[in-house]
Design a protein around this ligand. Structure first.
Ligand code: NDP
Length: 328
């Protein structure tokens, strides 16, 4: 019998955690044949709420759920971890400067990186969801020198899925017709959803749309500002769709992307496409045999170049800020 996979979720009592845990336990993270052992990490004042969620998980009697542990101790939460979903983060409060926000998140992601370094399984894979996700991933990575650096990733899959949905609606085709979409850069308002290499039913998406004004003035801002639009409509930030994207990210990393398609993941740059080495930036990637690889050789036109560069410049600024604060 195969040992169950240890999956740690931080911020487990939060909104995304609530939308995430039940689907992990029912097999949507690693597939219908893999047992999971859940570790829930929370801050002390939210441990009780996490216990409540664990009671509900028990009450589902999920056949694949082999155990649940709840703790406020990062060392315990990450001991033997195979998949780490870092969801809990410090949201920006009114009047908070960027430096304060980065510092507060440094206080969360530094000890978590250290705990991953100390106790994680050899095959650990880390996905950071909590914002600013790319830079939080960089902080955790900096404190886990014994873990291969490519195991630290951040989530742009929700942006990727949003872009597919917007494009499918524009062209009145099912989402399954859309392939090879790319999100470049930071998971922030500067992200760049790229249609120039995407395909719609085998045809180039930019040609199928044939409307640069829609691309620049509607598509890109709609995808980039979708989070705010959801808060406006729902009165709360997106949670189920964020959880779904986190499942998609890990599922594809472990099980592979479909033949003839790729996905978007924020990963440590190897210098491809002029993105400075080491920045955790979103790229088009293909996953196979449990590893990802950047799709190479795409031609980047001027329209794309300017937008990729702007988002990457923002990532470099965030990196310099956390460096200045001594967090990396
Ligand atoms: P959510 O579960 O709604 O969000 C968690 C994080 O995910 C936030 O940083 C949020 O960023 C981010 N996020 C990334 N992408 C998205 C997206 N597309 N839509 C929405 N959110 C996104 O937050 P809650 O406040 O409900 O819960 C957070 C929990 O984390 C709390 O229970 C808190 O106690 C816990 N926490 C745990 C820590 C730990 O385990 N050490 C440390 C800090 C907090 P954004 O704010 O920008 O939307």
């Amino acid at each position: 019998q195969v040992a169950p996979v240890n999956v740690t979720v931080t911020g487990a009592a939060g909104q995304i955690g609530y939308a995430l845990l039940f689907r992990i336990a029912s097999g949507h993270l690693l597939g219908p044949d893999t047992q999971v052992n859940l570790r829930l990490l929370e801050i002390p004042q939210a441990v009780k709420a996490a216990e409540g969620t664990a009671m509900e998980l028990d009450d589902c009697a999920f056949p694949l759920l082999s155990g649940i542990e709840i703790t406020d101790d990062a060392k315990k939460a990450f001991d033997g971890v195979n998949v780490a979903l870092l969801v809990g983060a410090r949201p920006r409060a009114k009047g908070m400067e960027r430096g304060d926000l980065l510092e507060a998140n440094g206080g969360i992601f530094k000890p978590q990186g250290e705990a991953i370094n100390a106790g994680a399984a050899d095959d650990v894979r880390v996905l950071v969801v909590g914002n600013p996700a790319n830079t939080n991933a960089l902080i955790a990575q900096a404190h886990a020198p014994d873990v291969p650096r490519e195991r630290f990733t951040a989530m742009t899959r929700l942006d990727h899925n949003r872009a597919i949905s917007q494009l499918a609606a524009k062209l009145s085709v099912p989402v399954t017709e859309i392939k090879k979409l790319t999100i470049w850069g930071n998971h922030s308002a500067t992200q760049y959803p790229d249609l120039f290499h995407a395909e719609v039913g085998g045809r180039n998406a930019a040609e199928a749309v044939n409307d640069e004004a829609w691309l620049a003035d509607t598509f890109i801002p709609t995808v980039a500002k979708r989070g705010a639009a959801i808060i406006e409509a729902r009165g709360a930030s997106s949670a189920a769709s964020a959880a779904n994207a986190a499942l998609n990210h890990i599922h594809d990393w472990v099980n592979g992307t479909p033949e003839g398609d790729w996905t978007s993941m924020a990963i440590p740059s190897d210098g491809s496409y002029g993105v400075p080495e080491g920045l955790i930036s979103s790229f088009p990637v293909v996953c196979k045999d449990g590893e990802y690889e950047i799709v190479q050789g795409l031609e980047i036109n001027e329209f794309s170049r300017a937008r990729i560069d702007a988002s990457v410049a923002e990532l470099a600024e965030e990196r310099d800020a956390v460096k200045g604060l001594g967090l990396i």
